[in-house]
Design a protein around this ligand. Structure first.
Ligand SMILES: O=C(O)[C@@H](CO)OP(=O)(O)O
Length: 204
């Protein structure tokens, strides 16, 4: 028996489109983002996947993505668990700044370090390591027991909270996970064994 874990990054947000650091700020989805979320729902439906449990962050772009997916899957009246543990990495003082402007101000290399180093946080914000330190205990305590019990769990979240989970599940090194770009609206599907370990990564 295996459990099934479906991870989905929110569809394109208004700030992804404007090239702004987003973090814990709360923009909605663009038209493209709405369509990406709907397409993700249709994909899961076509695969016959019906989750038993639903999780998302405290941020609108992930919540809306999940709502749109459920609409496409024809699923209603289910309990959705929202938790800040699944939020995007907090970008601190960079939140709301344009990524090109930030490169012009601090230099390409410094901005890349803030964006893609494992343990160097942006000023006043969280590194991926910090993000993992709140996301993974939540995953292990609240989500993994359901997967070990053979349930199907859908999580709609963010680039960096998902990176934290992918790193743990696939046992990647910091270098490996930082190279992994998690595309908007494209489900990653894992089968998880009763021991909580990855049994199979399913092509989405
Ligand atoms: O702005 C953000 O919050 C994130 C995700 O869009 O950006 P980055 O690609 O730097 O992780």
């Amino acid at each position: 028996m295996t459990g099934t874990l479906i991870l989905v990054r929110h569809g394109e947000s208004e700030w992804n489109l404007k090239n702004l650091f987003t973090g814990w700020r709360n923009p909605g989805l663009t038209e493209k983002g709405i369509e990406e979320a709907r397409a993700a729902g249709r994909l899961l439906k076509a695969k016959g996947l019906v989750p038993d449990l639903y999780y998302t962050s405290a941020l609108v772009r992930a919540q809306k993505t999940l709502d749109l997916m459920l609409e496409e899957m024809g699923i209603e009246n289910v309990t959705i668990t929202r938790n800040v543990a699944l939020n995007e990495r907090d970008y601190g003082d960079l939140s709301g700044l344009n990524k090109d402007d930030a490169r012009a101000k601090w230099g390409e290399e410094q901005v890349l370090i803030w964006r893609r180093s494992y343990d160097v946080p942006p000023p006043g914000g969280e590194s991926l390591k910090d993000t993992a330190a709140r996301t993974l205990p939540y995953y292990e305590a609240e989500i993994l027991p359901h997967l070990k019990a053979g349930k199907t769990v859908l999580i709609a979240a963010h680039g960096n909270s998902l990176r934290a989970m992918v790193m743990a599940i696939e046992k990647l090194t910091p270098e490996e996970i930082l190279k992994r770009e998690i595309a908007t609206g494209q489900p990653t599907i894992y089968r998880i064994g009763t021991d909580g370990e990855l049994a199979e990564k399913v092509a989405a």
